[in-house]
Ligand binder design. Structure first.
Ligand code: PGA
Ligand code: ZN
Length: 420
């Protein structure tokens, strides 16, 4: 079906941290429209597509995105309005070619991704379909995902002494999307109560999880397991299990890891994780080791790959070529999927397909800097990935995604819930 763009425009808006980001709106000749808000990370992989920032220190300390906005309003609008387009892939490929760099550094991945998402929405609308029904799959049937709620924040997302970045709860045993969301919110409330009773502050980190002054990961895990029980759920795969994202690149330096003042080798870290999964109901660990520690990653995968999910984030960057190489090398068994790490929806789907074909699971993810945009909720349902992390069950930019999942589930009671 041929589509003609009548409008392609962008605006500088704010993300959830008060930093500028790009919003893109497009309109097609048949009146269909699409808008997108672009997310932004804080603990980023070194090989992520380039988020173009102005560098003009007189505005937003250099973080403005007026150049990226100008690229959408100028070159990109000219390209898209200049001809008609049959598919999203055609549009994405033309944007990549127009940019001309391997990492979208000229036009900005923030500019390109905004256009890619807005175009997806407009093309879906043009065919009268919601995005979760319109996006092409790759062999995984649509399903409702397990939500992984980040209930306790550390690392680059909170000013506390905790080195591990994310402690998530995953209601793997919930009977439905709605019951999974309820479990997340009830455990979150129970955790607030426990922390408060224990004399800890209950201020929030960037992703809406609590950010108490705790430094030992095991201490946090103990509190979370207790909160799961307090809320009336069973800790573990039959009820509510725990997923970690230590984001270890952030505390990996000169070949060793620094956890609460201790200096640990890769082997020490693997031993620590092994003890943790023996003692706590942990089913998934993302970025357990740093992106530069390829040997360590291989050993981690050998040691724990058949017991739990090992998710590559900083080391994979949602990049099809990087993921294909890691699969060859036997690194991890799962990939985090962040649309702005690669910068287009077509490439995101390709990264997911490569994972699927190799038996690697995919966890769709938000960024620590978000807007109210709910695109990833539709993406995870469309692709049947079966798992999503999009922060705590609190704060508007996080709950917007969970609420979108509730809407999709209500409209499609036959879609199964749970891991793929
Ligand atoms: P980021 O964190 O969005 O700040 O990169 C999320 C993650 O590490 O998974
Ligand atoms: Zn991560």
């Amino acid at each position: 079906m041929a589509h003609e763009f009548t409008d392609v425009s962008a605006l500088e808006i704010l993300d959830s941290r008060g930093k500028p980001t790009v919003q893109v709106s497009v309109a097609l000749a048949d009146g269909s429209t699409g808008t997108a808000g672009v997310p932004s990370g804080a603990s980023t992989g070194t090989r992520e597509a380039v988020e173009l920032r102005d560098g003009d220190t007189s505005r937003y300390a250099g973080a403005g995105v007026l150049i990226a906005v100008g690229n959408v309003n100028g070159e990109i609008a000219d390209l898209l309005k200049g001809r008609s387009w049959n598919t999203l892939a055609e549009v994405d490929e033309a944007l990549i070619a127009l940019d001309g760099t391997p990492n979208k550094g000229r036009l900005g991945a923030n500019a390109i991704l905004g256009v890619s998402i807005a175009t997806t929405r407009a093309m879906a609308a043009s065919e009268g379909k919601p995005v979760y029904l319109w996006l092409p799959g790759f062999g995984q049937a649509r399903r409702m995902p397990v939500p992984c709620f980040n209930v306790l924040n550390g690392g680059a997302h909170a000013p506390n002494p905790l080195d591990f970045q994310e402690f998530m709860i995953s209601p793997l045993g919930a009977p439905s999307m709605a019951e999974a969301i309820r479990a997340g919110a009830e455990v979150y409330a129970a955790l607030r109560k426990r922390l408060s009773a224990g004399g800890h502050n209950t201020g929030l980190g960037d992703e809406g999880g609590f950010a108490p002054n705790l430094a030992e990961p095991e201490e946090v895990l103990t509190e979370i397991v207790a909160a799961i029980t307090d809320a009336g759920y069973t800790p573990g795969r039959d009820g509510v299990a725990i997923a970690l994202d230590p984001a270890a690149s952030e505390f990996h330096q000169d070949g060793s890891y620094s956890v609460n003042g201790q200096t640990l080798s890769s082997a020490d870290m693997i031993a620590r994780y092994t003890a943790m999964i023996d003692a706590f109901p942990i089913w998934s660990i993302e970025d357990g080791l740093g992106e530069a520690d390829r040997e360590g990653w291989k050993q981690l995968t050998e040691a724990l790959g058949d017991r739990i999910q090992l998710v590559g984030d900083d080391n994979f960057c949602t990049n099809p070529a990087i993921i294909a190489k890691a699969i060859e090398d036997g690194i991890a068994n799962s990939a985090l999927i962040k649309v702005n790490q690669i910068g287009s929806i077509t490439e995101t789907l390709e990264a997911m397909r490569i994972c699927h074909d190799a038996g690697y699971t995919q966890m769709v993810s938000h960024r620590s800097g978000e807007t109210a945009d709910t695109f990833i909720a539709d993406l995870v349902v469309a692709t049947g990935a079966g798992q999503i992390k999009t922060g705590a069950p609190a704060r508007g930019e996080r709950v917007s995604k969970y609420n979108r999942l509730l809407e999709i589930a209500a409209a499609n009671p036959d879609l199964p819930y749970g891991l793929a």
